[in-house]
Design a protein around this ligand. Structure first.
Ligand code: PEP
Ligand code: MN
Length: 361
């Protein structure tokens, strides 16, 4: 795997300048033996930071909720024996005090905590004046403002080294991921806060090991700075998140398989080619806008017609007809069902808004 100078955001983090920065280790610390064996085997990979959950936020009660404070001693042993830096999840002020007492190098805030400004504030207050590096996972719901808000609360407490971790978002609709990646959200975060390093957590996005390579590659292609991947000496026997964990050796293989593309556009020839393709895209986007404008004009005409004849705006049978027709057309053109559904739902919603305006005029 090509390794190069880490992107500037990690300056001051006391880590080697490699891309991706690799954070690995089990979902949960289970036993001293499991924690240490994972760490020893990870030493053969480019992992620099060892992760393990000590307090586990579980969706349902009566699941394994973490070993608690005794696991912090095991993390200390990992650091002493292997030199790996350590990190664990803190979900309240008490966790933060305990983790720091045992010399954990970095903390992470989980998705279920980022979502709650009260808890984040409590943790920020507990950390005030400490300046320990923190990874902030995205909130469970797809809300970039909430993510940024949590980061700002920690920054206001004096935390200067913060990285964002993209671990996907809960969604009600069935999809192939455990947590839908919604890549546009971390991309938006990067646009708004280019100063923050961005790490991808393919394990919690995928929920299953066969998707890890693909999601990790996508993160690299989108210029993420690091990867957090759950690893376990015997993944099928893991006490939490068994389906998504891989062995340290499989992690080594995954990292070797990554293709790291250049982030700079490079030679002039390439630049020109890129420029002309972008012009073509701009032209097509403009055309799409014009077509949509025409379509909304027709929708306004339909609105008027419905108004004059006293019929409701929403005609479910008609909508059903449109969506099933274009799902088939979309498929023949190689578009995913998800894309067609989202596209037509957005167009349909705008049409309804247009018709409503006309009706109320
Ligand atoms: C984890 O990393 O094990 C974890 C619980 O993460 P998340 O907050 O992303 O669910
Ligand atoms: Mn997990």
């Amino acid at each position: 795997m090509e390794s190069k100078i880490a992107s500037a955001p990690f300056a001051g983090w006391n880590i080697e300048a490699t891309r991706p920065l690799v954070i690995a280790g089990p979902c949960s610390a289970e036993t001293e033996e499991q924690v240490l064996e994972t760490a020893r085997r990870l030493k053969a990979t480019s992992t620099q930071i060892y992760r393990a959950g000590i307090w586990k936020p579980r969706t349902r009660p009566n699941s394994f909720e973490g070993v608690g404070v005794k696991g912090l001693k095991w993390l200390k042993m990992v650091k002493e024996e292997t030199g790996l830096l350590t990190t664990t999840e803190v979900a309240n002020a008490q966790h933060a005090y305990e983790a720091m007492k045992y010399g954990v190098d970095m903390l992470w805030i989980g998705a279920r905590t980022t979502v709650n400004p009260f808890t984040i504030q409590e943790i920020a207050d507990a950390l005030s004046g400490v300046d320990i590096p923190i990874f902030v996972k995205n909130p469970v719901n797809p809300d970039v403002e909430l993510w940024i808000g949590s980061i700002e609360r920690l920054q206001k407490a004096g935390i200067s080294r913060i990285a964002a971790v993209h671990r996907g978002f809960s969604s009600f609709s069935e999809n192939r991921y455990r947590n839908a990646p919604n890549w546009q959200i971390p991309i938006e975060l990067k646009r708004l806060r280019p100063d923050l390093p961005l790490v991808c957590d393919p394990s919690h996005i995928s929920g299953r090991r066969d998707l890890l390579q693909e999601v990790s590659q996508k993160a690299m292609d989108l210029n993420f700075d690091g990867l957090m991947i759950e690893t376990h000496p015997d993944p099928d026997k893991a006490w939490s998140d068994a389906k998504q964990q891989i062995t340290p050796e499989e992690l080594g293989q995954l990292l070797n398989n990554l293709i790291l593309r250049r982030t700079d556009p490079g030679s002039n020839g390439f630049l020109h080619q890129l420029e002309s393709l972008r012009c073509e895209i701009d032209r097509l986007d403009q055309e799409l806008m014009n077509i949509l404008q025409d379509r909304m004009k027709v929708a306004a005409g339909i609105g008027l017609c419905k108004k004059e004849n006293g019929v409701t705006i929403l005609q479910p049978a008609r909508w059903e007809q449109i969506i099933s027709k274009y799902l088939a057309v979309g498929e023949s053109k190689g578009f995913s069902e998800e894309f067609i559904r989202k596209l037509f739902m957005a167009i349909h919603q705008e049409s309804i808004n247009t018709q409503t305006r006309v009706m109320n005029e």
